[in-house]
Design a protein around this ligand. Structure first.
Ligand SMILES: [Zn+2]
Ligand SMILES: [Zn+2]
Ligand SMILES: [Zn+2]
Ligand SMILES: [Zn+2]
Ligand SMILES: [Zn+2]
Ligand SMILES: [Zn+2]
Length: 559
């Protein structure tokens, strides 16, 4: 992840060992025990076991919180607003620690934050680089020569911070703009060598253009948010919202909850103001993709039901093994009967060869007839049966086969979800045409939309269940997990197939009934998977076959 912040998580953790009383007025307390209790209590609200409590905040409301802190420090330390801001930023917004340090040694604290100069020392011209011979600490009375660009034009304006190290306004502007734009740095120290004074917000405002100042304000907000363990900035491009999620503020909480949150915004922000009409803007807000992301890790999508540690482990594995796995992502396969090439062009895994009419499963290549009965075991890596069907001879081959089994299904759900959305776009168009040519109402042709959305959601759940199953230790719990996974997968594939059936005005009423019933069922199966997995995490029921951060070490077993 690209980071705008120059300190590591550890720094933040250390600074926030102390209780932050002010912030706790409107949030639940910061200690882990308290938060955990919140999650173990049977939900009195409608919140599900797999959901976390969170709030979304705009940039303006974060700025209000910052102002409140600045005001607080200003009152206690008796410094001006600008100094209070610099002190807080330098001390990572930890008010208690700042006050303590200031009381102990105010000068030292101010100097470290770049809010004051050290005691004046006699100038030491010998330390100046020889390439700046004309450099001058204070403007001469007759002509000013910029110490950076050596410009001595009579009309240039010398500018300096309180230290008096002057440079021309052009140099200041270029310097601060580059700090903000290129380095994402909000603390712009004086350009003079060895001078640690930081430019005030007022100075920055006067030195840069409006767009750069907007970026500067955003950097301040991002810095504040990064300092607060219970806050996270929305990772979607151009979005400036923040999410508050106290229940996922500590690392230990991430072994029991999957903190999927949303900043409240949708779609992509308009790049420049006025480039979108009002109705375009409205469409974006209504139909755009919700800004959903994980509060606990860097994954900017919903990875429920699996916890961050396992999800990240899986993604790393996929990255490392992507070369080997590449071939499997291919979109064509050969019919196992007549060997003619078949392209997958829908989300459904029930394939029928155009040439020989052989029906088979896209994922396991087995005959579809076996999938239609109670003996639906496509989701399991059945080691006994697998040995015959797959040519796994050596142990390393077997472990690759095992990985590919899970990876193939993982990737397929993602691919199928994409294809289903494409197909839906076509279907929706067709149905809207039918609305014109037949007696159907708009409402009557909308039933597919809900179903497609549900399939999409469930395929994301299924996708991550394969990451989970790959790392689950063998045993009863894994078997139960895979039972639930199989039931959801079966229901999703059924609904998916239904969505691809031909649509004619006369079959719409029956189709509608079938699709609606199946959608409800799929929803139910998805809830079962999400809920049971979430409860398992709270109960500490899941054991892994690999080392996962925050969990007990795995019991040795065969891979
Ligand atoms: Zn200059
Ligand atoms: Zn200076
Ligand atoms: Zn957002
Ligand atoms: Zn996560
Ligand atoms: Zn065939
Ligand atoms: Zn299959």
């Amino acid at each position: 992840m690209s980071s705008d912040y120059e300190f590591s998580d550890d720094d933040v953790d250390n600074v926030f060992d102390d209780e932050d009383i002010e912030m706790q007025d409107d949030d639940s307390d910061g200690d882990d025990g308290g938060d955990m209790d919140d999650f173990k209590v049977a939900p009195k609200t409608t919140r599900k076991a797999w959901e976390v409590q969170f709030d979304s905040l705009t940039q303006a409301s974060i700025e209000k919180l910052m102002e409140k802190d600045v005001e607080h420090i200003r009152g206690i330390l008796g410094v001006d607003e600008s100094k209070a801001g610099l002190l807080l930023r330098h001390n990572l917004w930890n008010k208690e620690r700042l006050i303590e340090q200031y009381m102990d040694n105010p000068d030292k604290t101010l100097i470290a934050a770049g809010a004051a100069m050290p005691e004046p020392e006699p100038p030491r011209p010998s330390r100046r680089p020889s390439r700046k011979p004309k450099a001058s600490a204070s403007p001469k009375s007759d002509t000013f020569v910029c110490s950076i660009c050596f410009d001595d034009a009579p009309d240039i304006t010398p500018l300096s911070l309180d230290c008096g190290h002057a440079a021309c306004s052009g140099c200041w502007s270029a310097y601060i703009t580059s700090k903000i734009r290129d380095e994402a740095e909000h603390a712009c120290r004086c350009m003079a060598e060895g001078c640690g004074l930081v430019a005030s917000d007022e100075f920055v405002r006067s030195a840069v253009d409006e767009d750069t100042y907007v970026r500067f304000e955003e950097l301040l907000v991002r810095h504040f948010v990064a300092c607060m363990p219970h806050l996270k900035f929305c990772p979607y491009p151009s979005c400036t919202n923040t999410v508050s999620c106290p229940g996922a503020a500590s690392k230990t909480s991430l072994t029991t909850v999957v903190p999927i949150v949303s900043c409240g915004a949708r779609g992509l922000a308009s790049t420049s103001s006025g480039s979108m009409t009002q109705s375009q803007e409205l469409t974006r807000q209504v139909t755009g993709k919700e800004h959903k992301f994980c509060f606990g890790c860097i994954i900017d999508s919903d990875h429920r039901p699996v916890v961050c540690g396992v999800a990240l482990l899986w993604l790393k594995k996929c990255r490392d093994d992507s070369e080997t796995a590449n071939w499997i992502k291919s979109n064509t396969k050969e019919c196992s009967k007549c060997m003619s090439t078949i392209e997958k062009n829908g989300g459904c895994n029930h394939m029928t060869c155009k040439k020989c009419k052989h029906e088979f499963c896209w994922v396991c290549m087995g005959p579809w007839s076996e999938h239609g009965t109670a003996w639906y075991s496509c989701n399991r890596y059945d080691e006994k049966g697998g040995v015959d069907a797959r040519d796994s001879q050596s142990k390393s081959r077997a472990s690759l086969e095992r990985y590919l089994h899970y990876y193939n299904r993982w990737a397929n759900h993602e691919q199928s979800a994409k294809l289903a959305l494409d197909l839906f776009a076509k279907t929706e168009k067709k149905m809207e045409e039918m609305q014109i040519t037949s007696a159907l109402t708009w409402i009557e042709v909308q039933f597919m939309k809900k179903a497609v959305e549900e399939v999409d959601k469930c395929r994301m759940t299924l996708k991550w269940t394969y990451a989970m199953a790959y790392y689950l230790a063998k045993g009863n719990q894994k078997d139960l997990f895979e039972d639930n996974q199989r039931d959801l997968e079966r229901a999703v594939e059924d609904l998916s197939e239904l969505l691809e059936s031909p649509i004619e005005p006369e079959n719409i009423p029956t189709l509608r009934q079938k699709v609606t019933d199946k959608t409800v069922y799929v929803q139910k199966r998805n809830s079962i998977v999400l809920e049971d997995t979430a409860e398992g995490f709270l109960e500490g029921r899941w054991a892994w076959n690999a080392t996962v951060e925050g969990f007990e070490d795995p019991v040795p077993q065969d891979p």
